[in-house]
Design a protein around this ligand. Sequence first.
Ligand SMILES: Cc1ncc(COP(=O)(O)O)c(C=O)c1O
Length: 380
Amino acid sequence: MIIHSKLPHTETSIFAVMSALAKRYNAINLSQGFPDFAVSKELIDLVHHYMLKGYNQYAPMPGVPELLEAISAKVQKLYKTKLDPDTNITITAGATQALFTAITAFVQTGDEVIVFEPAYDSYVPAIKLNGGHPKYVSLSAPDFHIDWQKVKDLITSKTKMIIINTPNNPGGFVFSKTDMIQLAEITNQTNIVVLSDEVYEHIIFDGLQHQSALKFDELFQRTIAVYSFGKTFHATGWKTGFVTGPADLMSEFRKVHQFNVFSVNTPIQYALADYLENPENYLNLPEFYQTKRDYFVTNLKGSRFKVLPAHGTYFQLLDYSDISNMPEIEFASWLTKEKGVAAIPVSAFYHDKKNQYLLRFAFPKENETLLKATEILRKI
Ligand SMILES: Cc1ncc(COP(=O)(O)O)c(C=O)c1O
């Protein structure tokens, strides 16, 4: 049988590759971005409670009303935007599904999509599977500054979508208010949909405020914003998230969503609705993760790795150019096999594998794990 692959150049993801390597060489795995500490017992008890209560059948397609209401209340409090639970929010099976569904709902054959690199790895395959063409804006370390004139110059009559991600994985940078205003200005009077990946909305440091697309009226009217309960509540394996958007965009999103997953885990949705009632459950995240970042960075003092600014997400970039001139993928592999610490080469987030001598380390880990890793890194 001849198979005409729809993604002929796609290989196993770098996250799977590095995690497998970490396992084989018994290395400390700071490659994949997931916490190694427990989900709140209160949240687990709530899921259990709703399962026992019999909430085990299909949820309504957009999500259970209690959770939609809870999200609407949270968004109003944080971003001062009024969302109608019936028409502006849809619960998804995590952010990756939300991103895929949004891209499928809007991108047609021949459309162009502007993607900032470094980029989360699911964006481009989703664009290509829908017949779209990615147009890249390559951002560079250490600050990943965006030249908005360059972005504007990329816009053509075929531009259907611009994808942004703030706080940014893997860059650790965040969009400023000025960035968002620039984005609003260059998309004004166009038919461009903005897809705003905000899965790390609550993981932002140094007193900075998350500049959600929902805060900007004009942007809100053209934006599908994507969120992940997996990231917020240390439960990446639950694959639960949500999207927000104006009613006309959300109606198109739901047309695809209903044939993609239809609806999402019922007891988890009820549990999340209750858990969201206490804002402490998400408002304490900046402090929690900033302490982890600082612990990791402080314990690296004296090392030859250079620490890049990390204002958000739970990733820290380290520059190893004072240690080696190996390309990133080789250095990451050497570090795992020979030294016992696994990280992700940042070049994996660029289509042209741009090499900046950078590795991404995930720090949502127990302090003991971080201490062991930094002891090794300091000696290199
Ligand atoms: C930027 C970004 N977007 C989306 C996702 C996917 O989130 P989820 O696990 O909810 O699918 C991730 C996960 O690493 C991410 O880093």
